[in-house]
Ligand binder design. Structure first.
Ligand code: NAX
Length: 329
């Protein structure tokens, strides 16, 4: 039998964790031939709930699930891990300022980055889901100096999938016929979902954008960027199954590759692509092959797109300044 892949999920007892673990164990993330060993990392108060989830995982009798370990210590949770999904984070509480939020998350993602640096497998791949995802990824990567920076990514795949779906609806085509949309910048309301270079059942996405500028600026962009808030409003809880699905998609494509002729979106450590300052974790159009992401380079950006991207990147720069001032990176 193939050696099992060690997959660590933090925040395993939370609502995204609950939607995520069963799909990982079923083979949806790493494919039908790859056994997995799950490591559930939680805070001590939530270990009991994680044990309950582990009991349910046992009860599914997944053929690919080699075993489950539960930890409340990052060093043990990340020892030998190949794939780390950092979902658990500190949410913004009432009256909490942005600096407080960044500091609280620095207290989580700094130690987790150090634990990954100390004990993860050499091929470790990290996806940060917990918000503020891009800057949490920056903090974790900065605290893991021996791990290549391109192994730390932040999740913008949910925004990407939302953009595919909204564009398909506008064009009245099946979502499977929409390709090459891009999320640029931060996973926040400032993100820029870009349809200009999309292919919509053979029609350039730019045609929709140029024909109907009001739809683009007043409908599509804000609908995608504020979808998380709309879900909370409707459901009374934040996106969980769709977020878990996006995490599965992200790691699946990272490890197994993106389809020929298409690309997706992921938050990557910038090496200066498209003028994004080096060392910001920003979302780009990306392909994957051989287990590594590559930024799709050479796209010709129109003025509208450049302005929106610059605004979101500016927000990322400010977040980096704030975490630098706090000594977190
Ligand atoms: P929940 O509050 O349901 O679960 C979070 C879990 O994390 C809890 O069980 C908690 O005990 C655990 N946790 C907290 N600190 C921890 C630590 N230091 N180590 C291990 N576990 C820890 O939140 P949920 O709805 O699952 O959302 C998790 C995170 O995903 C939030 O930060 C949320 O904002 C973020 N999201 C990110 C998205 C993205 O697209 N990047 C979309 C969905 C979601 O909003």
């Amino acid at each position: 039998m193939t050696t099992p892949v060690n997959v660590t999920v933090t925040g395993a007892a939370g609502q995204i964790g609950y939607a995520l673990l069963f799909r990982i164990a079923s083979g949806a993330m790493l494919g039908p031939d790859t056994p997995v060993r799950l490591r559930l990392l939680e805070i001590p108060q939530a270990v009991k709930a994680a044990e309950g989830t582990a009991m349910e995982l046992d009860d599914c009798a997944f053929p690919l699930l080699d075993g489950i370990d539960i930890h409340d210590d990052p060093a043990a949770g990340f020892a030998g891990t190949n794939v780390a999904l950092l979902v658990g984070a500190r949410p913004r509480g009432p009256g909490m300022e942005r600096a407080d939020l960044l500091e609280a998350n620095g207290g989580i993602f700094g130690p987790q980055g150090r634990a990954i640096n100390a004990g993860a497998a050499d091929d470790v791949r990290v996806l940060v889901v917990g918000n503020p995802a891009n800057t949490n990824a920056l903090i974790a990567a900065s605290n893991a100096p021996d791990v290549p920076k391109d192994r730390f990514t932040a999740m913008t795949r949910l925004d990407h999938n939302r953009a595919l779906s909204q564009l398909a609806r506008r064009a009245d085509v099946p979502v499977s016929q929409v390709r090459r949309v891009t999320i640029w910048g931060n996973h926040s309301a400032s993100q820029y979902p870009d349809v200009f270079r999309a292919d919509v059942a053979g029609t350039p996405g730019a045609r929709y954008a140029d024909e109907d500028k009001l739809w683009l600026a007043d409908d599509f962009v804000p609908t995608v960027a504020k979808r998380g808030a709309a879900i909370i409003e409707a459901r009374g809880a934040s996106s969980a199954a769709s977020a878990a699905n996006a995490a599965i998609d992200h790691v699946h494509d990272w490890v197994l590759g993106t389809p020929e002729g298409d690309w997706t979106s992921a938050g990557l450590w910038s090496t200066g692509e498209y003028g994004v300052p080096e060392g910001l974790v920003s979302s780009f159009p990306v392909t994957s092959s051989g287990g590594a992401w590559q930024v799709v380079e050479g796209l010709d950006l129109d003025a509208f797109s450049r302005e929106r991207i610059a605004a979101s990147v500016q927000e990322l720069s400010e977040e980096r300044e704030a975490v630098r001032a706090l000594g977190l990176v």
